[in-house]
Design a protein around this ligand. Structure first.
Ligand code: ADP
Length: 586
């Protein structure tokens, strides 16, 4: 109830007219049950018994018809015209809040499958469950109005009616609580399995997996996992389905069929024929009235039980929103320019794992430095970058920025000092200009300049109208790996950030383009702090200083010529690569 009321207050604050319209519609839709089945019937039967003129009856009838038509018109307008538009506005509010929250998440949440389960669960259910909250609260209000209108029947016909209807209500209440709980856990479980199933299903359509699917039998593997999750889902439905059937059957059979129909008719017949306490004319009105009142009370009770369902989603959503507000407030007023970054005795293991992938790292970077981090695959280069950029937090040791200890609350601002491109980055489905700016506002002059500097202008002479990607636009360009790397260099040149990080930035470039690439880096990024990560040493000597990692440890550091003299790992890597590339490429 608490969560539903919270959601109700959010909706009424942002969409007051919609909530009023919604509530009015609910009340109107609930009234005909009382007006036509109880009030009108009562009036007609009493009228017939007392032999009043027929035209009065006709006036009542026309009045009832007019009322029902007006209710239908209002309901039609609300459901088909006003509600769909308002729904989109509500979805937009959720989307914005959701987007804000997700943008505050740290990368570590992506290492946790629970994160995906929660996030997909909230995103898929929050809209429907918020409207459900509104609907439930309106149902309760409309139901109470209906009950008050019919309550006088109990006063005239007696306590027996009250016992029968309250008996079936209590029975239904007792069964509705476990039903709601069961549905809840079922919904979460199926969401989990569906996410898995969806992943394997989507992979069949993913452009990135096309070649593997054509060349290898990987589709069989994906199919196998898809079938397994499908089976898991079927078993889940089977298990929950049986329990739900039994509980629902008990609820329906005993409360509505047995108690309400059999018990009520028997009680009324007894009153009319044996004890003579009920008038013949009141029989139908009493029967219908008790049915309306009981089903309304049951509906209200059902609503309380259903509220547990959507409260589950709303509570998760509330936590998400609260988290965003906390993150926003803690990031306020923290602004600084990075001149020096220092890692002191930093060790790190990924969340949920036991192996230290970085051990006792000490290094200092200053404004204007050009450094390279080199090492074999898996030595910890990307992890070190993740820590340097504040994406992960050291397990041991500290990071100092401008001689100050870096705090988690400063991270958002700190990370905005970086322009980086990583191997796993992909172009967005957007224009070329937007892919360079990675922003909504674009400085056209600067854009033209950087595209010329990075030799991208030959590829796209109208970057603001050239679309990248083919998912949404058949005329879109598919960039080669090298072209995309050039575009990302354009992004680094375009951005105002003081630190540039490049992870294997030239891996897809031919030797001539690679040479140009580093010339452009030296020429146009001068004065910025540049960190690049590579295991290819053919170009690394352009860095002023080199850090060598092996198995998570910083084993060597120095300039290219110092490291060559040391006869360590760097020298060995250099010799091997020089023999391989050096002789071929000159
Ligand atoms: P490099 O960039 O030098 O190739 P990485 O920094 O990517 O190496 O990886 C270092 C080690 O950390 C590897 O053993 C890798 O398997 C592990 N690793 C990388 N990312 C994660 C992660 N998100 N969770 C767990 N282990 C990871």
């Amino acid at each position: 109830m608490k969560n539903n009321l919270w959601m109700f207050s959010v909706l009424i604050k942002h969409f007051p007219m919609y909530v009023i319209g919604f509530m009015f519609n609910k009340i109107l839709m609930a009234l005909p049950a009382y007006i036509s089945n109880v009030l009108f019937l009562n009036v007609v039967i009493n009228h017939l018994i007392s032999h009043k003129p027929v035209y009065i009856l006709l006036i009542y009838l026309v009045g009832l018809l007019a009322f029902l038509i007006l209710v239908d018109i209002y309901n039609g307008c609300f459901v088909h015209i006003w509600q769909p538009r308002a729904n989109e506005k509500i979805k937009k509010m959720f989307y914005n809040n959701f987007k804000n929250a997700v943008s505050r998440f740290e990368i570590s949440v992506y290492d946790d499958p629970d994160y995906y389960d929660n996030i997909t669960y909230i995103s898929q259910n929050i809209f429907n469950d918020s409207i459900a909250a509104l609907s439930y609260i309106c149902d309760i209000i409309a139901g109470i109005i209906n009950i008050i209108l019919i309550l006088n029947l109990f006063a005239t016909i007696g306590i027996g009616l009250l016992l029968i209807s309250s008996g079936s209500v209590i029975f239904s209440l007792l069964l509705n609580i476990p039903i709601a709980k069961l549905k809840n856990s079922h919904r979460f479980k199926t969401n989990q399995i569906n996410r898995k199933k969806q992943y394997f299903f989507n992979t069949f359509f993913d452009r990135n997996t096309f070649k593997e699917r054509k060349m290898t039998p990987v589709s069989l593997l994906l199919g196998k996992y898809y079938d397994e999750s499908n089976l898991e889902l079927q078993n889940c439905y089977k298990k929950y389905g049986r329990k739900l059937f039994l509980l629902n059957f008990a609820s329906e059979a005993f409360s509505s069929s047995f108690l309400m129909n059999f018990g009520l008719i028997a009680f009324l017949l007894y009153g009319v024929f044996i004890s003579n306490t009920i008038e013949g004319g009141d029989f139908i009105a009493a029967y219908n009235g008790t049915n309306v009142i009981t089903s309304t009370v049951m509906q209200i009770i059902g609503v309380f039980a259903l509220m547990k369902n959507n409260a589950f989603t709303i509570e998760k959503y509330r936590k998400l929103v609260a988290f965003t507000q906390l993150a926003i407030s803690s990031c306020e007023n923290s602004d600084f320019e990075v001149n020096k970054i220092e890692l002191r005795n930093v060790s790190f293991k990924y969340p949920g794992t036991n192996r230290m992938v970085l051990r006792n790292i000490n290094l200092t970077l200053q404004k204007g430095d050009k450094v390279a981090i080199v090492g074999k695959n898996g030595s910890g280069k990307s992890t070190l970058i993740n820590l340097l950029m504040g994406f992960y937090w050291p397990t041991d040791g500290e990071i100092f920025v401008n001689e100050q200890l870096l705090k988690k609350t400063d991270c958002e601002t700190y990370r905005r000092q970086f322009a980086a491109f990583f191997q796993e980055m992909k172009p967005f489905e957007a224009t070329a200009a937007e892919n360079v700016a990675l922003d909504t506002s674009i400085d056209t002059d600067k854009l033209t300049q950087v595209l010329q500097q990075t030799c991208c202008s030959s590829l796209m002479n109208d970057p603001e109208n050239v679309w990248i990607g083919k998912n949404l636009n058949t005329q879109g360009l598919i960039l080669s790996g090298g072209e995309y790397q050039k575009l990302m260099l354009a992004y680094c040149l375009y951005s105002k950030q003081a630190i540039v990080v490049m992870d294997e930035p030239s891996s897809a470039l031919d030797p001539i383009s690679e040479r140009n690439f580093y010339d452009q880096v030296s020429k146009f990024l001068d004065g910025k702090m540049i960190i690049f990560v590579t295991h290819r040493l053919s170009t690394v000597h352009m860095a002023k200083y080199i850090f060598v990692l092996e198995d998570g440890k910083l084993i060597e550091e120095g300039t290219h010529s110092q490291l060559i003299k040391q006869d360590g790992l760097y020298k060995r890597m250099w010799d091997i690569q020089y023999k391989k590339y050096g002789k071929e490429n000159g």
